[in-house]
Design a protein around this ligand. Structure first.
Ligand code: PEP
Length: 229
């Protein structure tokens, strides 16, 4: 299983360091094959030792240059960061990232050999239209994306389940994951209000290869519970 923590705009450099120390001590007993990823804010990227992968929540598609407020490859290379989240719904919704922009960013980081956790997910109004609309919407978020990329991991995160405390039901997750698996033969994570109370059930669903966790990953104790089970 893959367990990924997305801190979003939470934690500082100092608190991230303490978090990682605490988490690593708690997950010493994790299954060897389980893989842990942590995506702290850009200001907390650093070099860390331990059995986990540190990734970037975002970066601009450039080595370096005049892109005020952005970080590029040069800033990631300083810490050997080779993993990035692309397509998160908050960047699509609040930062205005279009599918075309996201596909360009994907192609850039693919060309740089990054491992990419690519996020897709439908808003509530699409979910209310039924499963066919959901699948059409998710397919539209794969436009321009090389789904055969060897270092691709996909995260299905229904927008209405992110940060709302309302996770998708096991049936909804099972149906969507199994439908996506017919199209993309890649590891497929579920994200959206995952917490220690529901994580065990979600990871047991056929077609779920791991979890992308926001709110419940912010405390090392809670994320460790999700990993250890
Ligand atoms: C996320 O934003 O990737 C996420 C899954 O958030 P939460 O766990 O808080 O719903």
């Amino acid at each position: 299983m893959i367990f990924a923590a997305n801190f979003k705009t939470n934690h500082t450099r100092e608190s991230t360091k303490k978090y990682i120390e605490a988490l690593l001590a708690k997950i010493i007993a994790k299954k060897e094959e389980d893989k842990v990823y942590i995506f702290p804010p850009a200001t907390a990227l650093d070099r860390y030792e331990g059995d986990f992968v540190l990734g970037a929540q975002n970066a601009y598609m450039t080595q370096n240059g005049a892109f005020t407020g952005e970080i590029g490859l040069q800033q990631l290379e300083e810490f050997d960061i080779k993993t990035i989240l692309i397509g998160h719904s908050e960047r699509r919704q609040f930062l205005g990232e279009s599918q075309m922009f996201i596909a360009d960013k994907f192609a850039y980081f693919q060309s740089c050999g990054f491992e990419i956790i690519y996020c897709i997910g439908e808003p509530l109004e699409v979910r209310q239209e039924g499963r066919e609309s959901v699948m059409n919407f998710l397919l539209s978020q794969l436009e321009g994306i090389d789904i055969s990329y060897e270092k691709l991991i996909v995260a299905y995160e229904p927008v209405w389940a992110i940060g709302t405390g309302r996770s998708a039901t096991s049936q909804e997750i099972a149906f969507t994951h199994q439908a996506l698996k017919k199209i993309i033969q890649k590891p497929l994570l579920y994200g959206g209000s995952v917490k220690p109370e529901n994580s065990e059930e979600i990871v047991s669903i056929n077609g779920v290869d791991g979890l992308l966790v926001g709110s419940a990953s912010l405390e090392a104790e809670s994320f460790a519970k999700i990993i250890i089970g």
